[in-house]
Write a protein that binds this ligand. Structure first.
Ligand code: CUA
Length: 344
């Protein structure tokens, strides 16, 4: 039995190390965390094999014989065995906890020249703010090799901010700011995902993070600043209302839930907005409102009027506070303008 268990242990460890469990490594924390996982695997396999060997052996050796219905011999403990099976796991778990703590402490050490990014989660989209740079965005763009501190918040329920290639993740909790620090170390494009079941659109809560070199990052910042709709306030006067509306639509994350051909979104969490002009005219009439009033009310108080097939509480009621009245007007105009159906 000892020989069989030893062989099973060696084979088990070899297989678990041979399988590539992890996604690409794109932050400086990835290496340490993957090594930690490997150590955990190496520590768990012998324990698993030992427990299963004893269990399988006992099932075979102490099985009931035909016709024998007597009880087994009464056993009252074995002090030496109990000391062993308490002490060894205690030492292992304590050592692994210390090892994990040392690794995390090292990863989370404060570094100079840290870029702060505020992350806001809501059903069902992420938005990012670079406070020092005065930029807001729905896409996350990070310069390679510069330490980042994410300050994570939620507007509604629990979410979980995670870029698997960066390894670290953290819950987004309403009313609390959680933090993670890491340094992106590999150019490329990855997914920001939500790792906490947060509602009907949980699986669509996925956005892009791009790790770029510092020149490209500066260009992106400059472009973002130029195209910001009045720096988050009123839309630019005159001409470019349509562009401002389109920008607001994606910056606010509307595209995460609604289909709208003009921005190329095809999400189905909320109503399709391609024919919103006709729909708003029809439903607005039933409610005694103009299309403008109907769309505005639907943004400010999503449960006021429900479109068939869509229940209460799907759309967050937070947009009234997040957007200025001017921004809401811009969105309403934009939607009625581009959501005119095929003929448009
Ligand atoms: Cu947000 Cu799942």
């Amino acid at each position: 039995m000892v020989i069989v268990s030893s062989v099973a242990t060696i084979v088990g460890i070899a297989i678990s190390l041979w399988i590539d469990w992890f996604p690409e490594q794109a932050s400086t924390a990835s290496d340490d965390i993957d090594l930690l996982y490997d150590v955990l695997l190496i520590a768990s396999v012998p324990i698993f094999v030992l427990v299963m060997s004893v269990a399988l052996y006992s099932v075979f050796a102490f099985r009931a014989r035909p016709g024998d219905l007597s009880d087994g011999a009464p056993i009252h403990g074995n002090t030496r065995l109990e000391v062993v099976w308490v002490t060894i796991p205690f030492i292992m778990v304590t050592a692994l906890a210390i090892y994990g703590w040392v690794v995390l402490d090292d990863i989370e050490a404060k570094k100079s020249n840290t870029l702060v990014v505020n992350v806001t989660a809501q059903q069902f989209a992420w938005s990012f703010e670079y406070p020092a740079e005065k930029v807001r965005s729905t896409g996350l763009v990070l310069p390679k090799d510069r330490p980042v501190e994410f300050r994570i918040n939620s507007k509604d329920v629990l979410h979980d901010f995670w870029v698997p290639e960066f390894r670290l993740k953290s819950d987004a909790v309403p009313g609390i700011t959680t933090k993670i620090r890491l340094t992106p170390s590999r150019l490329g494009s990855y997914d920001v995902v939500c790792a906490e079941l947060c509602g009907i659109g949980h699986s669509t809560m996925r956005q892009e993070v791009r790790v770029v070199n510092s020149g490209e990052y500066d260009d992106w910042l400059a472009k973002k600043r130029q195209s910001a709709p009045g720096g988050g306030g009123a839309p630019p006067p005159g001409g470019d209302q349509a562009a401002a509306g389109k920008q607001l639509f994606t910056d606010t994350g509307c595209n995460a839930c609604h289909t709208l051909a003009d921005v190329g979104s095809n999400a189905t969490i909320g109503p399709d907005l391609n024919n919103i002009a006709a729909d708003a005219a029809k439903y607005g009439k039933q409610e005694g409102q103009s299309p403008e009033e109907y769309v505005k009310a639907s943004i400010e108080n999503p449960d006021a009027f429900l479109v068939p097939k869509f229940g209460k509480g799907i759309m967050p009621p937070t947009y009234k506070d997040d957007l200025s009245p001017a921004e809401i007007d811009t969105l309403v105009k934009y939607l009625l303008d581009v959501g005119g159906g095929e003929g448009k």
